[in-house]
Design a protein around this ligand. Structure first.
Ligand code: IMP
Ligand code: MG
Length: 186
């Protein structure tokens, strides 16, 4: 078991399993009839997944434009009204097919807000790709079009995801050992 910053990290999804899954997701995305694809990576947590997925999309024959939106994070139990844009995209989305990429779909509040923002700006379509789905935590009716893996109810780190700004650099998704389901929150 890897030890990082003095903590035992249990590997949940290995780097090679994620790489294989990214290729499958890219093929699924390429099979859809997108006209003018604009990828929007939801920062910060999605940066590694988005970097890998867009390269897999290239291998699958797609040539999307890529943008970034910085959405504020919030603690558990915070109302959806607290979701806000800290740094917006530069591109026009009117008439375009937007693919939102995020690390985890949990309550769905972050992506529901972002999806509605893109639709209000006239996006032709808005699809959602997430590496991990914590369905048991959903508080909205939102679902993703492309899901890497169903995620157990642990607070996970690595592959872009952090706890208190640490562990984003891990090439795999893991959990800090000693945490029990549903108790380890931001
Ligand atoms: P939602 O709005 O509740 O769906 O929140 C999803 C966001 O919360 C994700 O984009 C992550 O940034 C963050 N998040 C949720 N669960 C975890 C986790 O287990 N580890 C790290 N970040 C998480
Ligand atoms: Mg996030």
């Amino acid at each position: 078991m890897p030890v990082v910053r003095g903590k035992d990290i249990e590997v949940l999804f290995s780097a090679s399993a994620i790489a294989r899954r990214n290729l499958e997701l890219a093929k699924e995305i390429a099979a859809r009839d997108y006209h003018d694809l604009l990828v929007v990576s939801v920062l910060k947590g999605s940066f590694i997944f988005a970097a890998d997925l867009i390269r897999a999309m290239h291998d699958a024959g797609l040539s999307p434009e890529v943008e970034f939106i910085f959405i504020s994070s919030y603690g558990a139990g915070t109302a959806s009204g607290d979701v806000k844009v800290l740094r917006d995209i530069d591109n026009e989305v009117g008439g375009r097919d937007v693919l939102l990429i995020d690390d985890i779909l949990e309550s769905g509040k972050t992506l529901k807000f972002t999806r509605e923002l893109m639709l209000s700006r006239g996006a032709r379509s808005v699809s959602i790709a997430v590496l991990l789905d914590k369905r048991m935590r959903r508080q909205t009716t939102l679902n993703a079009d492309y899901v890497g893996f169903d995620c157990p109810d642990f607070f996970v780190v690595g592959y872009g995801m952090d706890v208190a700004h640490a562990f984003r650099e891990l090439p795999f998704v893991g959990l800090v050992r000693g945490d029990t389901p549903g108790t380890a929150r931001r």
